[in-house]
Design a protein around this ligand. Structure first.
Ligand SMILES: CC(C)(COP(=O)([O-])OP(=O)([O-])OC[C@H]1O[C@@H](n2cnc3c(N)ncnc32)[C@H](O)[C@@H]1OP(=O)([O-])[O-])[C@@H](O)C(=O)NCCC(=O)NCCSC(=O)C[C@@](C)(O)CC(=O)[O-]
Ligand SMILES: NC(=O)C1=CN([C@@H]2O[C@H](COP(=O)(O)OP(=O)(O)OC[C@H]3O[C@@H](n4cnc5c(N)ncnc54)[C@H](OP(=O)(O)O)[C@@H]3O)[C@@H](O)[C@H]2O)C=CC1
Length: 429
């Protein structure tokens, strides 16, 4: 197993980084070629993926390094436009690996299909009949996509809920049938939708109601992944701050996010900074993951922090992140987009469950990266120093000028486009 710890990786140029990746992680020349934007997504493939195609929209693909999860090394492909995210994830992963790495676990990959039934004359009776016919319903669902059951998954169970039974208007009253479906290594949206559509006529017959919606729920609260880390305070020490100060600051920051939705949204945005880039790079549906994650952050009746941070009896900082994680290693655009195929080679997971666990570990690292910066130097120092290169480009700098101007902006502590434009003018004379 190659180490994901590659000190100074960021000081190399793009070619050298690719060579290192190829050598250490057995990436072929053909796969390396795909990392060139021209090969990344051929226009012919793009034209078959979505509608009204006029081009492709590349994003930078970086590598999150240093990740040790359940004793296994991971190099994490991250597609993102925002500076400092990849650096920060790698920074915290470096600290956590010294503490033994992240521990992760996940539930079975059980997703939910929903069938909405309205207009029943007796909703209770309709509920009872559906529960009684559970086996028949599960069998019909599996008959609509038999191969999923054959590989060990498929429809497993049902649940019936009645919503707004006391509603004055007929529009509010409904019965909702949940079908629990193990989608194995796929996210499973299409599989689930096929199953619930196949079930609808039987459900109408059994309930004497009318079925409207038949669709998966993106609130995948039976498809969870959890990451934890335990960090001794001495590993958190930072210029001018003791490890204990940083640790306590992180816990205070968590308590703030747990108590205030205005802070929680920003806190959670920082977590999604780590999650979305992997979900995107691996060809998964990031809108589905985002929607599920934010809903899960509201499960206690108010919108709160996705992570928890606490101090254990030995004085260690203990972090935890659990989220619905409906990612797949097959299906959707995963086998279609050449870049996502390379991303899967790099991340090197054997199953969707393993991928989900890596994703939440990176989310946890990203949260700590932001909080550590916020409770010490403030976010601007590290983030803006790296953002300075984008500012220089936005001001018109090209080639070697980009780094020279970025460095000058940092030195003069004025990282803004107006200042960068002045510098570009000076250097262009
Ligand atoms: C940026 C750092 C990591 C610098 O932090 P530093 O202390 O200057 O880093 P360092 O030079 O000591 O390096 C430590 C390690 O960081 C990594 N590293 C360091 N520099 C690089 C680089 N250029 N490229 C790639 N990796 C880098 C690398 O792994 C390195 O180890 P090495 O390999 O050298 O042994 C730190 O300041 C940091 O983590 N800042 C937080 C950045 C952040 O959170 N960005 C997110 C954007 S802000 C936002 O959107 C969310 C937010 C903040 O609002 C969420 C919230 O409010 O909760
Ligand atoms: N609300 C939402 O989130 C919605 C999302 N979508 C989109 O649906 C797509 C995802 O749907 P999904 O059903 O996952 O993709 P696919 O329709 O591509 O289905 C994946 C297929 O992969 C095959 N497969 C091969 N090996 C495995 C394995 N080990 N485990 C599981 N399946 C395997 C299965 O086919 P077989 O059994 O025949 O071999 C399975 O049906 C995404 O693009 C998403 O954006 C669509 C509608 C709504």
């Amino acid at each position: 197993m190659s180490s994901s710890r590659i000190p100074g990786f960021y000081n190399k140029n793009v070619e050298e980084r690719r060579e290192l990746l190829a050598k250490q992680h057995k990436i072929s020349d053909e796969e390396l070629n795909i990392l060139n934007t021209k090969e990344a997504l051929p226009i012919g493939t793009a034209d078959k993926m979505i509608e009204n195609v006029i081009g492709t929209f590349p994003l930078p693909l970086g590598l999150g390094l240093n990740f040790l999860i359940n004793g296994k090394e991971y190099v994490v492909p991250m597609a993102i436009e925002e500076p400092s995210v990849v650096a920060s994830a790698s920074y915290i992963a470096k600290i956590v690996r010294e503490a033994g790495g992240f521990s992760t676990e996940s539930t079975d990959r059980v997703m939910i299909g929903q069938i909405q039934v309205v207009g029943c004359s007796d909703f209770q009776a309709a509920k009872e009949v559906l529960i009684k016919e559970k086996k028949k319903l599960v069998d019909i669902a599996n008959a609509a996509h038999p191969s999923m059951k054959a590989r060990g998954g498929g429809a497993e169970d049902i649940e019936v809920r009645i919503l707004n039974e006391e509603a004055a208007s007929t529009y509010g009253k409904m019965l909702v049938l949940h079908v629990y479906i193990n989608t194995c290594d796929a996210m499973g949206a299409n599989v689930i939708n096929t199953m619930v559509e196949a079930l609808a006529p039987t459900v109408e017959e059994l309930t004497n109601g009318k079925v409207y919606l038949r669709i998966l729920s993106n609130y995948a609260d039976r498809c969870l992944a959890k990451a934890t880390c335990v960090i001794p305070p001495e590993l958190l020490e930072s210029d001018g701050f003791t490890g204990e100060e940083v640790r306590d600051g992180v816990v205070h920051a968590y308590e703030f996010a747990a108590s205030d939705p205005y802070r929680a949204v920003t806190h959670n945005k920082g977590i999604m900074n780590g999650i979305d880039p992997i979900v995107i790079a691996t060809g998964n549906d990031w809108r589905a993951v985002e929607a599920g994650a934010h809903a899960y952050a509201s499960r206690f009746g108010h919108y709160g922090s996705m992570t928890t941070w606490a101090v254990d009896d030995d004085g260690n900082l203990v972090g935890e992140l659990e989220l619905p994680m409906s990612v797949g290693t097959v299906g959707g655009s995963i086998g279609v987009h050449p870049m996502s195929k390379v991303a899967h080679r790099i991340i090197n997971v054997d199953s969707a469950q393993e991928l989900a666990q890596v994703v939440v570990a990176v989310g946890l690292a990203q949260n700590l990266g932001a909080l550590k910066a916020l409770v010490t130097d403030g976010i601007q120092k590290g983030h803006m120093a790296l953002h300075s290169r984008s500012v220089a480009i936005a001001a018109g700098a090209t080639g070697e000028m980009i780094d020279i101007i970025a460095e000058k902006l940092v030195q003069e502590k004025e990282i803004r486009v107006g200042k960068a434009k002045e510098l570009v003018e000076q250097y262009s004379k």
